[in-house]
Design a protein around this ligand. Structure first.
Ligand code: NAD
Length: 411
């Protein structure tokens, strides 16, 4: 296994929760292995007429609580162990917020920056054909993740619907509004994160905290924007080109314009350039990793100065870093809680599709706020009960719920 292997990390976390819950070995075995792992290779026609073969994955970890659910990532570094880990985290995430889904994840090994629009469409449709027998509204429901978006989801729904011979919007969430997408889905992960962050800030009694956000994609950019609009001081943001820092605070609206015009947040004029590594070590109260996995490791954990970490990315902290950060008494709001707003609104989208309804953004956000606050409270209670970290508490809560459902269904 590669170093900082996310699957290894996910299993290590599961073992920690299993020990506390005194799970028997057979249950631990069931939970350690994804139920179904699909690897597909599929040909795609390029604009020059050439055919290229791509590799894709869909991994369904556990469906005891309902159909499996999770995003699709199009990235050159997609690796089967990463997808496995992400599918396991999806099972826990859905259980933490108590929605009736199991966990899955998928991905295609591809650099979308090197594809034309037509090639991206051909690839999305070909991948749908390759996995269509394994997905469905009551089986497994994909959604967007890194480098995938509503437009790609629309192509996939269209392709799936053609194969089924009927329009089937509930097979995929994160769709554009006009084909059954939900109001608020685009911002839901970020909103969910902000709702739990407010709870955590209140618990720690932080006054006017300074915040650094790593990653300015779908999740990081809107989290920075909402925090800024709610009056919080966002002092640093970054994208793959690096970051920008101003201890007096950044104007996030201007950064949106700069990013749109120039392609990178680093061209914002009123700040100092920092690397993605430096951003995490800034003297701020809160850091928000919202980019890739394994950003906080044993190499940099000792240098973290923040008092709280809101994990909007999946798996940004390695277990070794977790240990170091725990000793430093840094509160980590773990990914399976912090970024569960996305899958929660995906659940609302699926419900709307099944019932042929369309909810207002206000209704979606009200339900989301209630759900995220309840999840934070549930996790916090377990944290106190077991005298443990928020991560372990969230895992314990999730594993317990999944185990109860596995037992109920006798598998
Ligand atoms: P995205 O592709 O929209 O954005 C990713 C961001 O990370 C971009 O700003 C990119 O420039 C930046 N980035 C890429 N490589 C980097 C590097 N080496 N260092 C620093 N930054 C880098 O993806 P997203 O949808 O915003 O997802 C971000 C994270 O949030 C992922 O871990 C994803 O799994 C997680 N997540 C997303 C959702 C969702 O609804 N989109 C839900 C839950 C969790």
């Amino acid at each position: 296994m590669q170093q900082d292997n996310p699957y290894k990390n996910a299993l290590q976390q599961l073992h920690t929760a299993a020990d506390l819950l005194k799970l028997d070995k057979s249950m631990l075995d069931i939970l350690s292995h994804p139920k179904q792992e699909i690897t597909v290779t599929f040909p795609v026609r390029m604009d020059n007429g050439e055919i290229k073969v791509f590799t894709g994955y869909r991994i369904q970890h556990n469906n005891a609580r309902g159909p499996t659910k999770g995003g699709l990532r199009f990235h050159p570094e997609v690796h089967i162990d990463e997808v496995r880990a992400l599918s396991i985290w999806m099972t826990w995430k859905c259980a933490v917020v108590n929605i009736p889904y199991g966990g899955a994840k998928g991905g295609v090994v591809v650099d979308t920056k090197k594809l034309s629009e037509k090639e991206l469409e051909n690839l999305s449709r070909a991948f749908t054909q390759a996995i269509h027998t394994f997905i469905g509204p009551q089986i497994d429901i994909p959604a967007p993740d890194i480098a995938t978006n509503p437009k790609i989801m629309a192509w996939m729904v269209d392709e799936y619907s053609k194969i089924q011979g009927k329009f089937t919007p509930a097979v995929i969430t994160g769709k554009p509004l006009d084909i059954g997408g939900s109001e608020g889905r685009e911002f839901s992960t970020s909103w969910g994160g902000v709702f739990v962050l407010k709870e955590a800030i209140a618990k720690l009694g932080l006054l006017n905290p300074t915040i650094a956000v790593q990653g300015f994609g779908n999740v990081g950019s809107f989290a920075a924007k909402f925090l800024y609009e709610e009056g919080y001081k966002v002092v640093a943001v970054s994208d793959s080109g690096g970051g920008i820092y101003n201890p007096e605070g950044l104007n996030i609206h201007t950064i949106f314009e700069v990013k749109k015009k120039t392609g990178s947040v680093t061209n914002y004029p009123n700040g100092k350039k920092v690397t993605n590594e430096e951003l995490l070590e800034l003297p701020v109260e809160i850091i928000v990793p919202a980019a890739l996995e394994n950003q906080l490791t044993e190499r940099n954990a000792h240098n973290i100065k923040a008092r709280m970490i809101l994990e909007l990315a999946n798996g940004p902290t390695t277990p070794e870093a977790d240990g170091v950060l725990e000793k430093k008494n840094i509160l980590i709001v773990p990914d399976i809680l912090a970024n569960a707003g996305g899958v929660s609104v995906s659940y609302y989208e699926w419900l709307q599709n099944l019932k042929n309804e369309h909810w207002t953004e206000q209704k979606v956000l009200q339900r989301l706020e209630k759900l995220m606050k309840k999840a934070f409270d549930d996790v916090y209670k377990v944290k106190q009960e077991y005298n443990t970290t928020m991560r372990t508490a969230a895992l314990v809560l999730a594993v317990k719920r999944v185990v109860e459902d596995i037992k109920k269904k006798n598998f």
